[in-house]
Design a protein around this ligand. Structure first.
Ligand code: NAP
Length: 332
């Protein structure tokens, strides 16, 4: 199979290459693309490769095109690829809530893929981490409402977000003034920012709306009452989430713990804490601090952490690719 990667020089693109190597995916041919050309700029299976600038003709020479290049690139190239019967796995938000397009988190809803599907958006990274923790509970006892407050890492804003955090940290160490923020709403070093994305007319940020709408879509619960407050924190990688939830039916901490322990891709910590530094570079979503709010058997709180570059983006995308390979590859 011939695979192209658009956005090969970004943090998600780089992670996708690493995840493909780890999982032994060796395409017959592979093409690397970004917004500008570079020589020997990306490493894949120990070899350095040039990066080119994509166009419709070049991309249509590949069976599967992986997008990690932002909405501009996806809007520009995906329609022609679909018209040419190519398969697309897209990390951007562009097509996530399109009617009839599956929003696949393989551990949760792989069965929603139909043989004719060719477009696979990868859901919002915060929503994926949240859904990995919620899906086992929803299966066990139903889910009525969720209130989530997030602690999202700088790399969620791409390589430029990481660079801005590091520049602010260096300035703080040297007693220099904060560099003017261009990626974040305010200086991120030594700070927390209760804004991710721009504000809508309704007062919710873009990230908060995505977390609500995409969680509903992934879990297949269109009426789920979900409130998200999304906050950027000066963490390198891995998003953390504080979750308060109400189930439809009474259950217990013990039964929820069992359902989490039995769920592939979830690591449950019965005691202690888990932090983003510990999970960076790994694929599982970790759940800790599970507790009952009262004696009703329906109200619980928990803490979830996952590497948003991996399970929140690259690993989920590669898992979708593996699903297609296991089903005989994309239909041409
Ligand atoms: N970061 C995360 O945690 C995360 C999680 C889930 C989903 N996502 C999504 O994944 C995508 C990539 O994000 P990222 O964080 O990896 O960003 P990033 O580090 O800024 O990298 C962006 C990549 O896309 C390339 N690119 C930008 N515009 C392009 C265009 N018009 N045509 C071709 N290539 C283009 C860039 O090339 P140059 O290097 O040449 O500029 C770079 O390779 C975005 O859609 C983002 O929303 C990110």
């Amino acid at each position: 199979m011939k695979i192209a990667l658009v956005g090969a020089t970004g943090v998600v693109g780089e992670t996708m290459l690493k995840v493909m190597e780890e999982r032994g995916i060796r395409p017959a041919a592979v093409g690397f693309f970004a917004s500008r050309q570079r020589t020997a700029a990306v490493s894949f299976y120990g070899e350095m490769h040039d990066v080119g600038v994509a166009n419709d003709a070049i991309l249509s020479g590949f069976d599967v095109v992986l997008f990690a290049g932002g909405e501009d690139a996806s809007e520009r190239f995906v329609p022609a690829l679909l018209a040419a019967n190519r398969t697309v796995i897209d990390n951007s938000a562009t097509f996530r809530l399109r009617e009839g397009v599956p929003l696949v988190v393989p551990e949760i809803n792989a069965s929603s893929i139909r043989p004719t599907d060719r477009l696979f958006p990868v859901a919002n990274c915060t929503a994926i981490v949240l859904c990995m923790a919620l899906a086992p509970i929803a299966r066990l006892a139903g889910l009525r409402s969720v209130v989530v407050s997030t602690y999202q890492a700088a790399s969620g804003a791409g390589r430029a977000g990481l660079d801005e955090l590091f520049a602010g940290e260096r300035a703080a160490v040297h007693g220099e003034p904060d560099p003017t923020p261009t990626i974040f709403a305010a200086p991120l070093a030594h700070n927390v920012l209760p804004q991710i994305g721009s504000f809508g007319a309704d007062g919710w940020t873009g990230e908060e709306s995505k977390v609500r709408d995409e969680t509903r879509a992934i879990l297949g619960l269109p009426n789920l009452d979900l409130v998200a407050t999304c906050v950027r924190v000066p963490v390198r990688t891995a998003h953390s989430e504080s979750v308060v939830l109400t189930t439809e039916r009474p259950t217990t901490v013990g039964d929820i713990a069992t359902s989490l322990l039995e769920s592939p891709g979830v690591v449950y910590h019965e005691t202690g804490i888990v932090t983003p530094r510990e999970v960076e570079g790994t694929d599982d979503v970790h759940v800790a601090r599970l507790r009952a709010l009262d004696a009703s058997g329906t109200r619980f709180a928990l803490w979830a952490v996952g590497d948003q570059l991996r399970k929140g983006a690259a690993t989920n995308a590669v898992q979708i690719l593996e699903l297609m390979l296991s089903r005989g590859g994309p239909r041409g």
